[in-house]
Design a protein around this ligand. Structure first.
Ligand code: HAM
Length: 422
């Protein structure tokens, strides 16, 4: 039962120990893997001008239509909490002329994103992504690199049994032909489409393929496949990517019906899903966005990236792995004020040496200090009182197996640190 006057906002949650350790493990693994693929960290603001997102994600998308946290700041500007990271990274890339640096430029980021969605299991209003973006190469090798890096990361953190789905949604050359095909397919059922899709019909018919309304899902059965409308270059690109994925041993399925919920994609799109999650089963997704840098006022620059959803990954990991709270290596129980003071010196010495050490409260009974050591699952416990200070020697006890021993007080640091190294 919760107490207190305040609650976190709907769809937003606290991340606390022990879960936070799972988060940190994932972040650490991601940093290691990204480093070996040559991706450097980038941090962009959590808030941008609203137009950054409208321009990139697209006016007819669910995110822009319904889900943005948009406010007026005190200067009357429209600003938005970022619903995703790609738009901000592209804005940063163009603003800072990073296209002037040798290509490809490869970045990664981690942080909170905000979407005003209806919260449900696996869907939050503040959620965290780890994402990557690679700029400056249109080669399918970089698509394969990004996808294999994601596969490597997911398996590296202990996730198996995930499904990789890939698709190509063409480029500005072949998209018009596909749009035409969609328009003639939906023409006969136009009146049955939902209000949004009727608008999408004239503005952006591809988005009808992403509509969540049951009737629209029914109507679009049998709609033309994007793969039948790719131009030769896009078909070649996609074919080469599939061959590379096979060579790298990445198991995938081609899903021509996968339409991503963001407008900036061109050519390759992909999604990773898990059968062990409910309706919100996408753990990561991404694709190419060859036109976006230009759209933001930069030079023609092909690019590709992905983002994974931390909460969903953590949820999956918690199904199979058991995480415990970390425990201090040393606990020093102290009897009397003098020993209490000596304890402060010893634990400080240990902590400076990189050892997690905790000190009992000399005003509490030895029994209650030992109870605390037990609750913390401390490794070694020392009990120091006047006698120990007098003799200069102290007994230790290993809580796990009750082994005991004795050491000079002045030698505790070496005993622990050298013992650690041994
Ligand atoms: P996205 O598919 O919108 O793509 O989001 C990527 C991942 O973020 C999803 O697969 C999911 O795991 C997680 N996610 C999205 N919304 C929520 C939510 N409300 N609650 C919890 N998790 C969520 C993008 O954001 C693109 N920027 C990816 C990208 C990068 N494409 C190219 N570069």
């Amino acid at each position: 039962m919760s107490s207190g006057l305040y609650k976190a906002l709907k769809g937003m949650k606290d991340i606390m120990p022990p879960d936070i350790h799972i988060w940190q493990d994932i972040e650490k693994k991601a940093r290691e893997i990204f480093a070996s693929y040559g991706y450097l960290e980038i941090r962009t603001p959590a808030v941008e001008s609203t137009s950054v997102f409208i321009r990139s994600i697209g006016e007819d998308t669910d995110i822009v239509e319904k889900e943005m946290y948009t406010f007026q700041d005190k200067g009357g500007r429209s600003i938005t909490l970022r619903p995703e990271g790609t738009a901000s990274v592209v804005r940063c890339y163009v603003e800072n002329n990073l296209h002037g640096l040798p290509s490809p430029q490869k970045f990664y980021y981690m942080g909170p994103m905000f979407r005003y969605e209806r919260p449900q299991s696996g869907r939050f209003r503040q959620f965290y992504q780890i994402g990557v973006e690679a700029f400056g190469s249109s080669r399918p090798e970089i698509d394969a690199e990004v996808i294999s890096m994601l596969a490597h990361l997911l398996s590296g953190i202990g996730l198996q049994e995930l499904h990789f789905q890939v698709n190509s949604i063409g480029c500005e050359k072949c998209r018009p032909g596909f749009k035409e095909a969609l328009l003639s397919f939906f023409e006969g059922s136009f009146d049955e489409l939902c209000v949004d899709c009727r608008r999408r019909y004239s503005q952006n018919p591809l988005r009808i393929l992403d509509c969540k309304v049951g009737r629209c899902i029914e109507i679009r059965k049998g709609a033309p496949s994007v793969l039948d409308h790719l131009c030769i270059d896009c078909r070649d690109h996609f074919q080469q990517l599939l061959e590379l994925l096979e060579m790298l041993g990445i198991r995938y399925t081609v899903n021509p019906e996968m339409v991503r919920g963001l407008d900036y994609y061109t050519r390759t799109t992909f999604e990773v899903t898990s059968e062990n999650l409910g309706a919100q089963n996408a753990v990561a997704a991404g694709g190419r966005y060859d036109g976006l840098v230009k759209e933001f006022g930069g030079p023609e620059t092909p690019a590709i990236g992905f983002a994974l959803g931390m909460e969903r990954i953590v949820e999956l990991l918690k199904m199979t792995l058991k995480y415990d709270l970390p425990a201090p290596e040393v606990f020093i129980a102290v009897i009397g004020e003098r020993a209490g003071r000596e304890g402060v010196r010893i634990i400080d010495d240990l902590r400076v040496g990189g050892v997690w050490a905790e000190l009992g409260d000399w005003t509490s009974s030895l029994k209650s200090q030992m109870r605390r050591a037990d609750r913390l699952s401390a490794g070694l416990v020392f009990v120091i009182g006047d006698d120990e200070i007098q003799s200069g020697h102290v007994k230790w006890k290993k809580l796990a197996d009750a082994a005991t021993g004795e050491v000079r007080i002045s030698g505790i640091r070496d005993f622990i640190i050298e013992g650690k190294q041994a």
